[in-house]
Ligand binder design. Structure first.
Ligand SMILES: Nc1ncnc2c1ncn2[C@@H]1O[C@H](COP(=O)(O)OP(=O)(O)OP(=O)(O)O)[C@@H](O)[C@H]1O
Ligand SMILES: [Mg+2]
Length: 417
C-alpha cells in the first residue's frame, strides 16, 4: 500500500492526492474542495491555527488575528527566519509553512484512513529566476518544512512535468506538446513527446505569476488612492516631496503585507497624513495599517484583476472594508500596459524552452494550459505570438499537477527511501 502523499504546494492554492488501484485519487482537504487556499490564520488569543478556506473566512469575517498567504514566495529569501508574533507565539516562516504542511498531512490521513510517511511534492522549475543562488536555498527550506511537518522523506518533481504526465496522453502519439503552467508565483514550462510513455524532454521556468499581476495592478491603479505619488508640504528624507514608494510596494505584495503592520509603518503613514497636500488619501493608508486591512485590499485587487480580465474592460473595485469605503476604478487598457513586460518575458521563456528542447515552435502543435493565471487573456495572446494556431488543452487547470504527482509517486524506487 502506497504511503506517498502527492502535494501540489502552490503559492495561492494547495492540493493533495495519492495513488491507489492504478489511478490518482484527489483528496478533499476541505469539504467538496479539490484545492484549498495556501493560507493560514492565527487567532489573536492562542487557539488553533486555521488553514485554507476557513482561514480566508476568518479574515473576511474580521476575526482578531493574523492572516498570511503566498507563503511559498518566501522560500529561499531572508524573510524565512523573520519572526512574527502569531497567536501569542513568536514564529518564523519555517514554523508557519511546516504547520501548514502538517495540517495537509493530517487532513489527508483523516480523509483516507491511511498514514502518509513520504511526500512527493511539486516544485517550480526555478523558485527564483532573477536570483539563481536562492534556488538551492528555497529547495532546502521546503525540504526542512516537510521534515518538520512529520514526513520521513520528501521527493520533488517539477510541477509542469507532473502536469505532462497526467495530461500528455490526450495528445496523439508522436506529437510534441508544451505544458504552460502559469500559477500564482511562477510560470513553468515542459516540452514532452506523447506516446505510450510520456517522454519529458526539457523544462524551464520564470518567477512570474498571478501575484505579480495583482502587485502591478495594485501599485499602479489602487495605491494612488492611498497616497502613492502624492505631494507633501515638507521634505522627507532623501529630499523628496513625494511619499516614499516602498510602503505602497509592500502593501501591493501578498507575502510582504504582514510586515507592513509594524509601529514604524504606522508612524510613517501618520506623518505622511500630517504633511500631505491631500491628507484624505493618506488617511486611508493609516486606516489600512492601523486596522490591518492589507489582505482585504489584496483580495479586492485580485477580484478586480479577474473581473476585468473576464470583461476585457474597466471595473469598479469596491473597497468596502475601509472606514470610508470607495469604488476604485480599474482600467483594463492600463492594466494591459502594466503587464506588457510580463507578457514579453513569458514569450521569451516559451521560446527558450522550445529551443532548449532542440525544436522550433512549428514542431509544437499542442499547448497544455495549467495554473489559474493561464486564464488571463494576455497569456493566451503571448502563446499565439510564439506558436502558429496551436491546439489548446485547458480542462484540468487546477488539478493536473497533483494528479501527475500521484501518478509519479507510483514509479518511485521504494528501495531508495
Ligand atoms: N478566472 C481567473 N482569471 C485569471 N486569473 C485567475 C483566475 N482564477 C484564478 N486566477 C489566478 O490564478 C492564480 C492561482 O493559480 P494556481 O492555483 O494555479 O497557482 P498556484 O499553483 O497556487 O501557484 P504556483 O504554482 O505559481 O506556486 C492566482 O494569482 C489567481 O488570481
Ligand atoms: Mg501551481
Amino acid at each position: 500500500m502506497s504511503d506517498w502523499l502527492a502535494i501540489d504546494f502552490g503559492t495561492s492554492n494547495t492540493a493533495a492526492a495519492y495513488f491507489h488501484d492504478g489511478q490518482a485519487h484527489q483528496i478533499q482537504l476541505e469539504a467538496d474542495k479539490e484545492t484549498i487556499p495556501t493560507a493560514v490564520f492565527f487567532p489573536q488569543r492562542s487557539g488553533r491555527m486555521e488553514i485554507g478556506a476557513v482561514a480566508n473566512a476568518a479574515l473576511i469575517e474580521g476575526d482578531e488575528g493574523r492572516y498570511m498567504r503566498a507563503l511559498k514566495s518566501v522560500l529561499g529569501t531572508n524573510l524565512m527566519s523573520e519572526q512574527r508574533l502569531l497567536g501569542g507565539r513568536r514564529l518564523d516562516f519555517y514554523d508557519v509553512i511546516s504547520a501548514f504542511l502538517g495540517s495537509v498531512k493530517s487532513r489527508a490521513e483523516a480523509a483516507t484512513g491511511r498514514t502518509f510517511v513520504h511526500a512527493l511534492s511539486g516544485r517550480p522549475v526555478r523558485f527564483h529566476s532573477k536570483h539563481p543562488e536562492r534556488n538551492d536555498q528555497a529547495l532546502a527550506d521546503l525540504t526542512e518544512c516537510y521534515m518538520r511537518a512529520g514526513f520521513k522523506a520528501v521527493n520533488f518533481c517539477p510541477e509542469p512535468e507532473a502536469a505532462a504526465l497526467s495530461l500528455g496522453h490526450r495528445l496523439e502519439n508522436g506529437r510534441y506538446g508544451l505544458v504552460v503552467d502559469i500559477g500564482g508565483g511562477t510560470s513553468d514550462f515542459t516540452v514532452f513527446k506523447a506516446g505510450t510513455e510520456i517522454d519529458i524532454i526539457t523544462s524551464f521556468g520564470v518567477r512570474i505569476g498571478g501575484t505579480d499581476f495583482d502587485r502591478v495592478l495594485s501599485y499602479s491603479q489602487i495605491m494612488p488612492h492611498f497616497g502613492r505619488g502624492q505631494r507633501l508640504t515638507r521634505l522627507m528624507a532623501q529630499d523628496t516631496l513625494i511619499a516614499p514608494n516602498y510602503i505602497f510596494h509592500d502593501l501591493s505584495t501578498w507575502e510582504k503585507i504582514p510586515f507592513v503592520y509594524d509601529p514604524a509603518s504606522l508612524k510613517l503613514a501618520k506623518e505622511l497624513m500630517r504633511d500631505a497636500v491631500e491628507p484624505s488619501k493618506f488617511a486611508r493608508l493609516v486606516d489600512v495599517i492601523e486596522y490591518q486591512y492589507g489582505h482585504e485590499l489584496a483580495f479586492a485587487v485580485e477580484d478586480a484583476k479577474i473581473a476585468c480580465n473576464a470583461e476585457q474592460g474597466p471595473y469598479r473595485a469596491p473597497l468596502n472594508f475601509l472606514s470610508d469605503p470607495i469604488l476604485a476604478r480599474i482600467t483594463y487598457d492600463d492594466f494591459l500596459t502594466e503587464v506588457d513586460g510580463f507578457k514579453q518575458e513569458l514569450q521569451d521563456a516559451m521560446r527558450i524552452t522550445i529551443d532548449q528542447a532542440g525544436l522550433t515552435p512549428d514542431q509544437v502543435q499542442d499547448i497544455v494550459l495549467v495554473g489559474g493565471s493561464s486564464l488571463m487573456g494576455f497569456v493566451i495572446d503571448a502563446i499565439n505570438l510564439v506558436f502558429n494556431a496551436p491546439r489548446i488543452h485547458q480542462d484540468a487547470i487546477f488539478t493536473a499537477i497533483v494528479d501527475g504527482l500521484a501518478l509519479r509517486s507510483a514509479r518511485i524506487d521504494h528501495s531508495k527511501n
